[in-house]
Design a protein around this ligand. Structure first.
Ligand code: DHB
Length: 279
């Protein structure tokens, strides 16, 4: 049977991808950021999964105001790289895992999560920056990827509790898939995050630290945090942190925190990163 073998969270700031694509990772601005991922790059070499379920949000690349799925799963063989205005990032095409993706769709829908199935889609920095942070710049990504897209861009996003329960449903789906696969679940986006308006650049390091603590030790309580608290305390785009709760729901009750990294700034947001293993 398939099993969930690890969980990762990371911010997906597009400027990080640009720094890698343009060869700027040794600039003083970026050195501390990439140092924070050195442990994780070694860890994942030793814990390479067959498939990664990457929970992310699309930034008006595959979707638009014309169509806004709340929860969507990519069931295609491959996902091309979206052009977000400066040409597609020079990163490998993302290879999907249709059999497992369809199984997750079937299992979670029968488990009462009405997820949208997507057979053709390009993926943007929300998904590719986490892959770049973890794997560097390979010719091909070393594992297959199932994109799970969550609307956190247009009001109303799903609640933290809904996301946590959805993560648990993803775990049940993976564990009922009849193939011997190691699967990781990644939650991306966040942390403190306000990209526009008079509060642009707002950083609340205390909120971010508490969020990471609670995600590890008490996700059930964290899942009850209302949207307005994310927005008020850590900025309007901080609500994207509900995607981390999907990852946490997919992990077991007790997890071991193998690595934590927090850094400010990248672009005008905070970067947070966790590597979790099931106990
Ligand atoms: C920015 C965009 C993002 O999607 C994100 O997660 C962080 C920062 C930006 O435009 O700077």
């Amino acid at each position: 049977m398939a099993r969930v073998t690890g969980g990762i969270t990371t911010s997906h700031v597009p400027a990080i991808g640009a720094a890698m694509d343009l060869g700027n990772t040794n600039d003083d601005y970026w050195v501390p950021l990439f140092r924070g991922y050195e442990f994780s790059r070694e860890w994942i070499k030793e814990n390479l999964p067959d498939v990664i379920v990457v929970v992310y949000n699309d930034h008006a690349s595959a979707f638009s105001l014309e169509m806004i799925p709340t929860l969507a799963i990519g069931c295609a063989d491959q996902f091309g790289i979206a052009d977000e205005g400066w040409g597609a990032r020079p990163v490998p095409v993302v290879e999907g895992c249709p059999d497992l993706a369809w199984h997750i769709a079937q299992s979670t829908i029968q488990d009462e999560f009405d997820i949208t199935m997507i057979n053709q889609m390009e993926v943007d920095h929300g998904l590719t920056v986490p892959l770049s942070l973890m794997f560097g710049q390979p010719k091909a990504w070393p594992c297959r990827v199932i994109p799970v897209a969550v609307n956190v861009v247009v009001y109303p996003p799903p609640s933290g509790r809904r996301c946590f329960l959805f993560g648990q449903a993803i775990r049940r789906a993976i564990e009922s898939f009849d193939e011997d696969l190691n699967v990781q679940v990644w939650g991306t986006g966040g942390m403190s995050h306000q990209l526009q308006g008079p509060r642009a650049g707002l950083i609340n390091a205390e909120f971010d630290a508490e969020f990471m603590d609670q995600l590890v030790t008490d996700p059930e309580t964290l899942a009850m945090k209302p949207h307005v608290e994310y927005v008020r305390e850590a900025g309007s785009e901080a609500v994207g942190l509900v995607m981390w709760l999907i990852m946490r729901g997919a992990m077991g009750k007790k997890v071991t925190e193998r690595h934590r990294f927090y850094h400010v700034p990248a672009s005008n947001t905070a970067v947070g990163h966790l590597v979790l293993e099931n106990e």
